[in-house]
Design a protein around this ligand. Structure first.
Ligand code: LA6
Ligand code: MN
Ligand code: MN
Ligand code: MN
Ligand code: MN
Length: 497
């Protein structure tokens, strides 16, 4: 029996204090209740017999019943006694940890412990990341109907989202859509501001929709989507890229040209990757001006792209695995870095500046960094499928081949490479002596940012997956519902501003 209630197996540590857990305690009491009566029974059958018995002269217990009942330790079931709300208010990390551990071990603890961290607007007060992380973990122990815990999860989800992809790597307009969604939930929101933001978003979306209808007509006329059954029909995805690269309403022409370029380069890439024989591809590369006619000035850029695709096809057919460095120098061209940048610059800048154009054409290492990020991000999202269907080794496989690293380690290394490359891009962005204007740098960086959106853990460009449909739906197809009383919306007077 004693092994059932061995105290050393029952004592649990909560916040550094030892205490008996409630549930186990009850179990021990049940066991004792079942066993002790057997020992206390005296049978009537032997009542009158005189028996010589030994005595150990045991003294009555020095701890009588009343004494035992009077026991009252400050450390008993400590979670109920801890009313130190000042300490709580100051330490979201410790409160969340306490909450999570108590619930993990089956103790009742109220969501009200977080009340001290709520501000007047219903948000959470925090001053460090550890606190948010701890609150996020705690929120997974919530029960149905616990609104504070639900708010805690919603709140920390935003932090999780921020860690997944930083603001600096996000496309500004897509982020605005998310922020409207978050801001709308705030109790202290400015209704007028919110309504204006929604109207602006919806108006821009309506402009995009008209443009897309128009380009879709052009695309249908080329017949490329239907005739080339082996190739991806990426018109809508290509249009999303163009929206990210040039969001402003006045950049309609830029969006049109960029969409066409990306839809075409996607088809061409499939010709090189999956369809053409090596002989056909060599002919196609040399004779490409016969196949389609890019505006003069873009000839060189397109030729460079086709040549880079051909290099990859040759590597594939000869079963050659380049080093990561070798792959990247070629891969930044085959992914369309220079082509995408030049196309968006020429179609989205007015007037075109000779000095800028020369710099973009100069093919210097300094403008290779954003293109390398584009290539690395594409590989992170697409290379699992590519290797499966047969394709040239991409960054991940080149690095694995070069260093013997596992795929997981290679992916981690490549994510770190992207972050290091962004440091180069940041330095370039801040360089006052750069020949590129802020607008031009933004076009280029938004191309990179779109790659983070499209290829975050998946192939959002080529495979028509749920994530891309969600992006298309929230950004391009679904207007944001206005507030119920939007009919009462009237333009503010000058005084109100
Ligand atoms: C990427 O596909 C592709 F085709 C694009 C058009 C990406 C977008 C290009 C821009 C924005 P895939 P590969 C210029 O992953 O074969 O098949 O180079 O490209 O890895
Ligand atoms: Mn491809
Ligand atoms: Mn390719
Ligand atoms: Mn280079
Ligand atoms: Mn790819």
């Amino acid at each position: 029996m004693s092994s059932c209630i061995n105290p050393s197996t029952l004592v649990t540590s909560v916040n550094g204090f030892k205490c008996l857990p409630l549930a186990t305690n009850r179990a021990a009491i049940r066991i004792m209740a079942k066993n002790t009566p057997v020992q206390c029974l005296v049978s009537a059958k032997y009542y009158n017999l005189t028996v010589d018995r030994r005595s150990a002269n045991y003294q009555p217990s020095i701890w009588d019943h009343d004494f035992l009942q009077s026991l009252n330790s400050n450390y008993t079931k400590i979670y109920n006694n801890n009313k130190d709300y000042v300490w709580r208010k100051e330490n979201l990390y410790a409160t969340s940890l306490e909450f999570r551990l108590l619930r993990q071990h089956g103790y009742p603890v109220s969501q009200e412990v977080f009340n001290g961290f709520k501000d007047d607007q219903g948000g959470f007060i925090y001053d460090d990341f550890k606190g948010i992380l701890s609150l996020h973990e705690a929120s997974y122990y919530s029960l149905e109907g616990e609104s504070i815990m639900e708010e805690a999860w919603q709140f920390t989800k935003q932090a999780k989202r921020a860690v997944e992809l930083p603001l600096h790597w996000k496309v500004p307009m897509l982020e605005a859509r998310w922020f409207i969604h978050v801001y709308e939930k705030r109790e202290d929101k400015n209704h007028l501001l919110l309504e204006l933001a929604k109207l602006e978003f919806n108006t821009l979306q309506a402009i995009y929709q008209e443009e897309l209808k128009d380009i879709s007509g052009w695309w249908k006329d080329t017949g490329l989507g239907e005739k080339l059954s082996f190739a991806r029909d990426s018109l809508v995805a290509s249009f999303l890229w163009s929206m990210g690269i040039g969001s402003e309403p006045q950049l309609a022409y830029c969006r049109r040209i960029v969409t066409i370029a990306i839809a075409l380069v996607t088809v061409i890439d499939d010709i090189y990757d999956v369809y053409g024989t090596l002989d056909e591809l060599e002919l196609f590369t040399v004779g490409h001006p016969l196949c389609f006619e890019p505006p003069s000035g873009l000839h060189e850029i397109w030729l460079g792209l086709l040549q880079a695709c051909l290099v990859e096809a040759k590597w594939y057919h000869s079963k050659y695995t380049p080093t990561l460095g070798e792959f990247l120098e070629n891969g930044l061209v085959s992914i369309g870095g220079p082509m995408g940048t030049m196309t968006s610059y020429l179609s989205g800048t007015n007037p075109i500046i000779e000095k800028e154009l020369e710099f973009l054409e100069s093919n210097q290492d300094i403008i290779h960094w954003p293109f390398k990020i584009l290539r690395l991000q594409d590989d992170l999202g697409t290379s699992s499928d590519e290797i499966q269907r047969g394709d040239v080794p991409k960054s991940i496989q080149c690095y694995m081949h070069e260093t013997g690293a596992s795929e997981e380690a290679a992916r981690e290394h490549i994510e770190d490479m992207m972050r290091q490359m962004w440091k180069k891009v940041n330095a370039y962005r801040a360089d006052k002596d750069s020949p590129l204007s802020q607008n031009t740098v933004d076009l280029m960086l938004n191309l990179v940012r779109m790659s983070h959106v499209m290829y975050l853990r998946r192939d959002g460009h080529g495979a028509q997956n749920q994530e891309t449909m969600d992006v298309a739906s929230t950004w391009l197809f679904q207007p944001i519902p206005l507030e119920d009383n939007h009919m009462a919306f009237t333009a503010p007077t000058a005084d109100e501003f």
